[in-house]
Design a protein around this ligand. Structure first.
Ligand SMILES: *Cc1c(COP(=O)(O)O)cnc(C)c1O
Length: 356
């Protein structure tokens, strides 16, 4: 029998969350962001739940090819564009839309005539200071793109650095609009946070990622219920051994946790080699048989330990939810000092996926 750990992907949650985005941004088309193997869910497994999106956005050519294999004929957006001239042949073959965010990428595109025209997202750096043309250079970049016979539609794009701060968002929108005021083209700005909290950013195409997976963009778990989102991944496993320890005994490597009283401990088949964070502290929430309890001791490669002293029904074979439908990933992430994004992306390939 394989180890009992698995990641369940909830297809109805994915399609539900997509419909929430549609309600929030009724006039925009939706890029379902499935980069990083669909935030750890696997592109192939989320596809049936998200195929009512208007397009898929990602980074990897291999993931784009997989979507085509799965039968997706609509738009696919490469969020970081191309890296080498040979990428353009794949872009053309798979009919991908590419972001152009730098002088280097623009030159590559100029130097590589294509047989079939492609669509381009021209990215502006309006304050994030990561990717994109600075506002003074934006219009000239657009003119150079427009001059290429192998570029058809050009969409104007930018990305927010603090989408839950209305003032910062307004500042970036103003920079974006001002530097593109002489260009008539579709616009795309909003990630999940902007979709939820800044309706003035919705424009022509929105780009939700994390909310499709039922987690909060700002890591505050009550937002998930407030916005009627449903978690799309449940990471679960089982207790594979139990121990009874006396006061002053320790658990696991380095003896990080010392019992203050007699305790019953459940050993769970889930460790950092599955993607569970090794830095999770004592007290990180875990569900055993649906009952809330806590991590105790250092997470090891293949196992972690939980306190089952007060869960009398907990035995070898009992179900453990690490995060998911009943234990929000944002609450686990908060205990670990990170965000739900990082936890879901960290699922490793040895954790099998069951989609239903
Ligand atoms: C990842 C990404 C998104 C989605 O971000 P979420 O916060 O998960 O909604 C949107 N746009 C760009 C450019 C991205 O890289």
């Amino acid at each position: 029998m394989p180890r009992p750990i698995q990641a369940q992907i909830h297809l109805t949650a994915l399609s539900h969350n997509l419909s929430v985005v549609k309600q929030r941004a009724p006039n925009a088309k939706i890029w379902a962001v499935v980069k990083a193997n669909a935030y750890g869910h696997s592109v192939a497994h989320v596809y049936p739940g998200l195929k009512k999106a208007d397009g898929f956005a990602l980074l990897d050519l291999a993931e784009a090819a997989l979507l085509r294999q799965l039968g997706w004929q609509g738009p696919i957006l490469l969020l970081e564009g191309i890296f080498t001239p040979s990428d353009l042949a794949v872009v053309e073959h798979l009919k991908l839309t590419i972001v152009v965010h730098s002088e280097e990428q623009l030159r590559l595109l100029e130097q590589t005539p294509l047989t079939y025209p492609i669509a381009v997202y021209l990215k502006m750096n309006s304050g994030m200071n990561r990717l994109g043309f600075k506002p003074p250079h934006y219009f000239a970049a657009w003119q150079r793109l427009r001059a290429l016979a192998w570029v058809n539609e050009i969409t104007l794009m930018t990305h927010f650095s603090e989408a839950n701060n209305a003032d910062k968002v307004v500042r970036q929108i103003n920079i974006f609009k001002e530097a593109s005021e002489n260009i008539s083209a579709p616009h795309s700005m909003a990630n999940s946070a902007a979709i939820l909290w800044q309706p003035q950013t919705h424009a022509d195409w929105v780009r939700p990622g994390i909310i499709l997976y039922g987690a909060s963009p700002n890591g505050i778990s009550h937002e998930v219920n407030e916005h009627n989102l449903q978690p799309s991944m449940t990471l679960s496993s089982e207790i594979i051994a139990t121990q009874v320890i006396q006061a002053k005994e320790t658990i696991g490597y380095n003896g990080r946790f010392t019992a203050s009283h007699k305790m019953r401990i459940g050993v769970v088949a889930c460790g950092y080699a599955d993607g569970y964070p090794r830095h999770a502290p004592d007290g990180t929430p875990v569900l055993v048989n649906g009952i809330l309890t806590q991590l105790v001791g250092c997470v090891s490669m293949d196992m972690l330990c939980v306190d089952i002293t007060s869960i009398s029904g907990a035995i070898v074979g009992s179900t453990v939810e690490l995060w998911g439908a009943q234990l929000l990933i944002d609450d686990v992430a908060k205990a670990c000092g990170t965000i739900g994004y990082e936890l879901m992306c960290a699922r490793t390939p040895r954790v099998p996926i069951i989609a239903r």
